[in-house]
Design a protein around this ligand. Structure first.
Ligand SMILES: [Zn+2]
Length: 391
């Protein structure tokens, strides 16, 4: 929980309206109504008081993308692209209210029952082996956390290093880095385009393989790093390397609100929050609780959500027609669609789900360079073959 810095006032006037839960957000398109009056519960907020996610005005795509990634981490993360003051950071920090529970290893070494199934009892630490033998669980239920990469983070903070606290014994301990602490959590990298290459590469490698190894002299340690990466960037402040851009599943272009009524509502909510954040949070506590419950339910349903060959072929045809090469396109599109169907209480993905999400999954993936490169490659191959039959 220490990973979330004290909340800053919203950096803009993009706060606001209307949407009070995940289902309601999804029902914006279908026009259904939804009501639920269940008792209030403690939202679990401690000293940090983020602006409530559901109090953000407008920004349908941004909210939907962030919620889908909570339901299904296989979506591959979210990149929020937009100018300063468009509410990107406020939205991400507000997600803490909506983080569903997951099963997490209860052990420092991260032992899991799957390890024993795959590698036998020696695959876990002695303590977990003992627990397993006694039939005690190796995991505990814990909510997903929001881990924020500090702007001034050094590579050692990110991957981990030597724990130099006064050692009880002569053995130095390897210290878990931000990537290891992000396992099964959401890692938020603000201004991802301004990060140095070394740190960016470390994050992307760990994110891609879900595991990484730190070596310091004779010591090494391998950590799990299965996290959802959420990045934000202001394109005015610099580009993102194409290979980094490719790693983000959903891409959201966050614009300022254009509707004057929404802007006014956003302004009012921002003022209300600045005057009394607790009151604002209390006002949205019930809606947040409902959204959390819906996300949790959708997450439970997700393993049963299927995508038929017919629907999948529709998606692949679209991606081919758009001349997008990256295989991550269909992974993101299909996984986001599965999460979307689950959120709607369905176990089958429809073509309309793909249509709803295609812009978010496929925009900014077309390369000007690749088709030209491939064409010239074909010309070269033809040229090589044209010499085969010459004497
Ligand atoms: Zn263990």
């Amino acid at each position: 929980m220490n990973d979330i810095p004290p909340t800053q006032p919203p950096d803009d006037d993009t706060v606001t309206t209307g949407i009070r839960s995940l289902r309601e957000l999804i029902e914006v398109a279908t026009g259904k109504t939804f009501e639920d009056k269940r008792p209030k519960e403690d939202a679990g907020l401690a000293e940090s008081l983020p602006f409530p996610f559901l109090a953000l005005v407008g920004q349908y795509e941004m909210k939907l993308a962030l919620m889908l990634t909570l339901i299904n981490p296989a979506v591959g993360g979210v990149l929020l692209i937009g100018p300063r003051g468009s509410g990107k950071t406020t939205a991400v920090r507000g997600l803490v209210d909506l983080m569903p529970p997951i099963d997490r290893s209860a052990c420092f070494y991260g032992c899991l029952p799957e390890d024993i199934e795959a590698g036998g009892i020696d695959a876990v630490c002695p303590e977990c082996a003992k627990k397993y033998a006694l039939g005690d669980p190796l995991t505990r239920s814990d909510r997903i956390k929001l881990i924020e990469l500090p702007l001034n983070a050094m590579l050692e903070d990110v991957v981990g290093g030597i724990d130099d606290r006064p050692a009880v014994s002569e053995h130095l301990r390897l210290k878990r880095g931000i990537l290891a602490r992000s396992d099964l959590n959401v890692l938020f990298v603000d201004e991802v385009n301004l990060l140095n290459d070394e740190i960016t590469d470390a994050i992307l490698d760990a994110s891609a393989s879900g595991v990484y190894t730190v070596r310091r002299g004779p010591m090494s340690a391998t950590y799990r790093s299965r996290f959802s990466l959420v990045g934000s960037m202001n394109p005015e402040e610099g580009d993102l390397r194409p290979q980094i851009m490719d790693r983000f599943g959903l891409r959201i272009v966050v614009e300022g609100l254009s509707d004057p009524d929404q802007r006014l509502e956003a302004y009012r909510r921002t003022r209300a929050y600045l005057n009394n954040p607790r009151r604002m949070i209390t006002e949205f506590a019930e809606a947040s609780r409902i959204a959390l419950e819906e996300i949790t339910t959708a997450k439970t349903l997700l393993p049963n959500v299927l995508i038929s060959d017919e629907v999948a072929h529709w998606g692949i045809r679209l991606i081919k027609e758009l001349k997008i090469d990256s295989m991550r396109s269909e992974i993101t599109l299909f996984e986001a669609a599965r999460a979307y169907a689950a959120a709607d209480g369905r176990t089958e993905v429809a073509t309309s789900d793909l249509q709803e999400l295609a812009p978010m999954a496929l925009r900014l993936r077309r390369s000007e360079f690749m088709p030209k490169f491939i064409d010239s490659h074909v010309v070269e191959d033809d040229n090589i073959r044209s010499h085969f039959n010459q004497p």
